[in-house]
Design a protein around this ligand. Structure first.
Ligand code: C2E
Ligand code: MG
Ligand code: MG
Ligand code: MG
Length: 284
């Protein structure tokens, strides 16, 4: 049994491990390089405010065009960055970039909210709050212009530590948002325990509300629940006009999705933002 590991000879197993280690090392180097040279960049997806009838913010979504492998899906390489222990550096880089965008948008004169995604791997880490505090202090930005999204489906390793961190971020002024709301196993527990200012209803519900009464009821009830808790609701994954209109009727505060705008470059979003009618298809 000494000569076999996972049913294979030991030498093969070790060759695999070496290849993996080499891949992770090169991944680390390529992530660092990508952040420097522009292979890694942020796309911004607009959010529509139903009461003000305008684009009121955007979510920063990370993109990676690897020169060799082509575009790599964010959920895929976020996972790899987590495994390789690089998610902290990546997240602080995202925060820096998003602050730059937030400053520019707010300089235009209307209030603009910029969201970033926080990995579940990072949310309970001891250094998180001090690192983020250092960045916002150095940049001199008002934290209330920034929203931090935490995905509900992700399992938190150290729940009490995550709650402490989120409370501290909230006390600094960051808006907190529960991403992909409704898809986790502990939605109500999350609501009861985690500090939050906003629920982001997952696309799986949103995409069905026009044709399915069940999802319509779920969204309507979620809106009521959130409002009763003093929180706002963003619907994600709005792909057409009927869905967009129905969400307004169901009381959603804001919406995001391809119908409003796809994730795009900062320059593209800026021209949409400054366009007449706030750049929504059909109203502009
Ligand atoms: P998410 O935070 O839930 O982001 C929304 C995802 O839905 C984005 O995918 C967006 O492009 C997509 N989407 C938006 N509107 C529509 C729509 O109308 N229809 C459809 N079919 N899809 C829509 P994306 O950019 O591929 O990102 C996937 C996930 O990767 C994100 O899900 C987020 O969890 C993660 N992610 C992205 N950027 C970051 C980051 O900077 N840090 C961390 N930790 N995670 C990130
Ligand atoms: Mg998100
Ligand atoms: Mg989401
Ligand atoms: Mg999602």
């Amino acid at each position: 049994s000494e000569a076999l590991r996972d049913g294979r000879p030991v030498e093969l197993f070790q060759a695999d491990r070496l290849a993996n280690a080499a891949w992770e090392l090169s991944l680390l180097a390529r992530i660092d390089e990508g952040m420097r040279n522009g292979d890694i960049w942020l796309a911004y997806q607009p959010q529509w405010d139903y009461r003000e009838n305008r684009i009121s913010g955007a979510e920063a979504l990370i993109r990676w065009n690897d020169p060799v492998r082509g575009p790599i899906r964010p959920d895929e390489f976020i996972l790899q960055a987590e495994r390789a222990g690089r998610i902290d550096a990546l997240t602080y880089w995202v925060l820096e970039q998003a602050i730059g965008a937030a400053e520019e948008f707010n300089a235009i004169g209307r209030r603009f909210q910029t969201s970033i995604n926080l990995s579940a791997q990072l949310v309970d880490k001891p250094g998180l709050v001090s690192s983020m505090a250092e960045i916002v202090r150095r940049r001199g930005i008002d934290c209330r212009l920034l929203t931090v999204e935490v995905t509900e489906t992700a399992s938190l390793h150290d729940r009490p530590a995550a709650i402490r961190n989120l409370r501290e971020l909230q006390a600094m002024g960051f808006r907190l948002s529960i991403d992909d709301f409704g898809t986790g196993e502990a939605s109500l527990l999350y609501l009861a325990e985690l500090p939050s200012d906003e629920l982001k209803i997952d696309r799986q519900f949103v995409s069905r509300i026009v044709h399915h009464e069940r999802e319509r009821h779920i969204v309507r009830s979620t809106v009521k629940l959130a409002h009763a808790l003093g929180q706002t609701v963003v619907a994600e994954g709005i792909e057409d006009l009927p869905t967009f209109d129905l969400l307004r009727k169901l009381g959603c505060d804001a919406g995001q999705g391809y119908y409003i705008g796809r994730p795009e470059t900062f320059a593209q979003l800026r021209s949409r933002y400054t366009a007449k009618g706030g750049g929504l298809r059909g109203t502009a």
